[in-house]
Design a protein around this ligand. Structure first.
Ligand code: SF4
Length: 343
């Protein structure tokens, strides 16, 4: 018979955990797809945002030379975009070693078959052909991700459609733990928000690994040049040819950044060759630049004060760790592995 464990109530606002792997610069796809949403959630949720450096190692273990810089750059990007350390706990995963302890304990109860059937496991092994991803850490990635969420007993997790399978696995792991040892973990719910498609400058999904991204830290002039060279409707070869916004990646960016009047204008004038693609891209820039400029100004100030950024991460880790320790006490008690000896 499993002894019931008393679970302290978590804060009234739903607790949320989200994060990113520091494997490269943040771009406007991340802004629209995640950061804008996080910034809103800060006022309605108790937010924990993790820079998941151990996750970066699952695929980047052979060349770790840039991860440390990416960690600091990511913190700069998040703060510049509007994450507020007075409202949210912003921290680096490896500064809270309890993530690793919980990962280890969860790995004892997770059948290997659960991990092998995660769709992204095989897909990514095939797609990322230039690295050997047959390592144990890569297979266990979803268990570490579950530990990241469960260590805070997070109730909600904002996820993209492609992450739903990972969250479902996390819920399964929570259920298995609770049924073996007693109720410790809430089963976190997914929050999926509809986000506009943000293609890269070559029309494929915007991605740091495709080299097609408009990064938050790019100087405005560089972003401008990237947009001006961006691919458009391939059938529109000359200024006189009518175009089709429905197949044009520039129009997708309009949907993410421009107002209704601009969308309607482009939708009509492109189809009758009333505007050229350079006109169209200039309209886009007139909406994109006012979004990027304040982010860059805040980023430039933060770069001058890196000590403050490090202090924010240290304070975030203290707050995160204090919550993580409480969970680990519950976990050890539930599993009856707490010896009571305090070395
Ligand atoms: S006018 Fe705009 S929407 Fe039309 S093809 Fe050119 S860039 Fe695309």
């Amino acid at each position: 018979m499993t002894r019931p464990v008393e679970v302290p109530a978590v804060a009234k606002r739903p607790r949320v955990l989200s994060g990113f792997r520091p494997t490269g610069p943040m771009h406007i796809g991340h802004l629209v797809g995640a950061l804008d949403n996080w910034i809103k959630m800060q006022d309605t949720h108790e937010c924990f945002f993790a820079i998941c450096d151990w996750h970066a190692l699952t695929s980047e273990y052979a060349d770790t030379s840039r991860i440390r810089d990416y960690v600091e750059d990511m913190a700069l990007d998040w703060l510049a975009a509007g994450l507020d350390p007075d409202k949210s706990t912003i921290f680096v995963q490896s500064h809270v070693p309890e993530h690793a302890e919980l990962h280890l304990l969860l790995s004892m109860i997770v059948p290997v078959a659960w991990l092998e059937r995660v769709p992204s496991y095989k897909e990514q092994q095939q797609q990322i052909a230039n690295r050997d991803l047959t390592n144990y850490g890569f297979l266990g990635y979803p268990v570490l991700q579950a530990a990241d969420i469960l260590i805070y007993r997070a109730e909600v997790v904002p996820v993209g459609e492609d992450q739903l399978a990972h969250l479902e696995l996390c819920r399964e792991i929570a259920r298995r733990f609770n049924s073996l040892y007693g109720p410790v973990f809430p089963e976190p719910r997914a929050i999926t928000t509809r986000v506009p498609r943000v293609p890269g400058t070559d029309g494929r999904k915007m991605s740091k690994s495709y080299g097609n991204a408009i990064n938050l830290a790019d100087p405005i002039e560089e972003s401008r040049q990237k947009i001006l060279k961006m691919v458009t409707d391939p059938a529109r070869k000359t200024r006189k040819d009518p175009g089709n916004p429905d197949v044009c990646p520039v129009y997708d960016l309009h949907k993410a950044f421009s107002d209704r009047a601009t969308l309607d204008l482009v939708n009509v004038e492109c189809r009758r060759a009333g505007i050229g693609c350079i006109d169209c891209k200039t309209y886009l820039l007139s909406h994109l630049e006012p979004v990027l400029r304040p982010i860059q100004e805040r980023r430039a100030r933060l770069v001058q004060d890196r000590g403050r950024v490090r202090d924010i991460l240290a304070e975030g880790a203290r707050r995160a760790r204090s919550e993580a320790r409480k969970t680990m006490e519950l976990v050890r008690a539930a599993m009856k592995i707490d010896t009571g000896i305090r070395p």
